[in-house]
Design a protein around this ligand. Structure first.
Ligand code: FAD
Length: 482
């Protein structure tokens, strides 16, 4: 069966990968000249990489880790020490660590919290543990029900001290969703916490050993093309053209000279939700399934790269800045093999929330960032001989992952739509891993599974659903069953 997939981000690529495994012929159509979507990266004039986002992989990403294994590229994940590292806003340049011991979950995470005395007092820890009990005992159903509250509201309802919010959840919320706890649905952070509490290595972090485009997306594309599929760049979908019965007749691709009609047996949109809404055919707009997409919208975020003339730190890990302007950051010259430099630091930082900054000039953004960095690296950026900023790159994404405010779970669509030959993929679609790389890969896998098990048109090939050809781990179930 030929399957046309619009979008060459992780969801579209994963969908195509699992379709070729099932014996089908996917054609991935990516609008840009680079694969990866929100994980896309480019090289500057001097050959240095810059990326759409600083990306961390977690131990609690079973589908992503399985994909690495299936592609034979597991060695490209550089696993870091099992610890979470936070800056301390009241102690310039000082770090605080939650070292997770190698004992079974949830005792490892509990122990890491109990042993950290920089951030939380004992009273705060005890109140927090009691507040968290319903999530641990009643599981994902309870967590989903909490989608009506922001994280701040949930913490207040559970009687958790405001200090826990300031010390932990502002940083966690900005890192996972690019918005603050007074805006984010508590379901998001409770889901992440639950995974960390249930899996021994769930909160362990890895960095890719190079750019996601080359080191992750390209091997998926090669896998697809070596098995008869196609991956096309510079192939933007201009229109979804319908049959009289409202099913898809073809994707119309905008070419440089002329348009091209691409026909297939099934069609997938793996484009971001903001683009899908723009391309929805008029007659689909009255269908409640598609109307719900109006409740979802991408959140702005900015990714920064700063190259310095010297080493600012030797920390080989992700750090939570806990600054107002910034979210997580890493010195990529330590964390990533291909970006390694023993002499000079390259800081990659996420600026979030970014709604007040997305329209500002790069120079303004860098000036504000440098001020925050003086606080994070006082020994190198203040004083008589501060480190010199050699160059920088600012990558703005006005609409990234869906904005995870309360109530959004109800708007996230299934991969199967009411249109028989049209499917959705993307980290915004309903799956248990929210707007993440794991969510994107899982959504692609779920879409491939749905297509492979659908009733096919009479002239299409029979699907091969053996576990060998379409490996779907038990963890590929949807949120509702998790
Ligand atoms: C700054 C930042 C940091 C992040 N950090 C992390 C992290 O540490 N860990 C983590 O797990 N996740 C992280 N994420 C989230 C993660 O990157 C995304 O959830 C995931 O990559 C989304 O993949 P996707 O395939 O669903 O969507 P997208 O990546 O948005 O892919 C959609 C694709 O569709 C293409 N497209 C659009 N219009 C058309 C058209 N008309 N025709 C054809 N193609 C089209 C786009 O070009 C794009 O390639 C981060 C994201 C950002 C922005």
């Amino acid at each position: 069966m030929r399957v046309a997939i619009a979008g060459g981000g992780l969801a579209g690529l994963a969908c195509a990968k699992y379709l070729v495994d099932a014996g089908h012929t996917p054609i991935v159509l990516e609008s840009r000249d680079v694969l990866g979507g929100l994980v896309a990266a480019w090289k500057d004039e001097e050959g240095d990489w810059y990326e759409t986002g600083l990306h961390a992989f977690f131990g609690a990403y079973p589908n992503m880790l399985q994909l690495f294994k299936e592609l034979g590229i597991e060695d490209r994940l550089q696993w870091k020490q099992h610890t979470l590292i936070f800056n301390q806003p009241d102690k310039s340049g000082r770090l605080s660590r939650f070292d997770v011991p190698d004992i079974p979950a949830p005792f490892n995470v509990i122990m890491s919290i109990l042993r950290n005395n920089d951030l939380l007092t004992w009273k705060q820890k005890i109140r927090f543990a009691i507040g968290l009990l319903p999530a641990v005992v009643r599981g994902q159903k309870y967590v989903e029900d909490m989608d009506k509250y922001t994280m701040t509201e949930w913490l207040r309802r559970q009687g958790v001290d405001e200090g826990v919010n300031t010390d932990i959840f502002i940083a966690a919320s900005k890192a996972l969703t690019f918005i603050n706890p007074d805006e984010v649905s508590s379901t998001i952070l409770l889901t992440a916490l639950n995974r960390f509490l249930q899996e021994r290595y769930g909160s362990k972090i890895a960095f890719l050993d190079g750019s996601p485009t080359e080191r992750l997306c390209q091997p998926i594309a090669d896998y697809i093309t070596e098995r008869g599929g196609e991956v096309r760049l510079n192939a933007p979908i201009k229109e979804i053209v319908l049959n009289p019965d409202r099913s898809v007749q073809h994707f119309l691709i905008r070419g440089e000279q002329q348009t091209e009609a691409l026909t297939a047996d099934a069609y997938v949109s793996a484009m971001s939700v903001d683009i899908v809404k723009l391309l929805l055919p008029e007659v689909w707009k009255s269908i409640p399934f598609f109307q719900k997409l109006e409740g979802l919208e991408g959140v702005p975020v900015i990714n920064l790269h700063l190259w310095f003339d010297r080493k600012l730190t030797d920390v080989d890990h992700l750090l939570f800045s806990r600054s107002d302007l910034l979210s997580v950051y890493a010195d990529m010259s330590n964390t990533c093999r291909e970006y390694a430099n023993p002499e000079r630091s390259m800081l990659e930082l996420v600026l979030a929330p970014a709604k007040d900054w997305i329209g500002r000039s790069d120079a303004d953004i860098i000036a504000a960032t440098m001020k925050e960095l003086e606080w994070l690296f006082p020994q190198h950026l203040s004083g008589d001989n501060p480190a010199k900023l050699l160059k920088y790159k600012v990558v703005k994404t006005p609409r990234s992952v869906y904005t995870a405010t309360p109530g959004r779970q109800n708007y996230r669509p299934d991969q199967v739509t009411p249109i028989a030959n049209f499917y959705l993929s993307g980290s915004y679609t309903m799956q248990r891993y929210l707007g993440s790389m794991e969510g994107a890969v899982l959504s692609g896998k779920l879409t491939a599974q749905a297509i492979a098990s659908a009733n096919l048109p009479a002239d299409a090939a029979a699907p091969d659903l053996t576990p060998r050809s379409l490996p779907l781990s038990p963890s590929t179930t949807n949120a509702a069953t998790a």
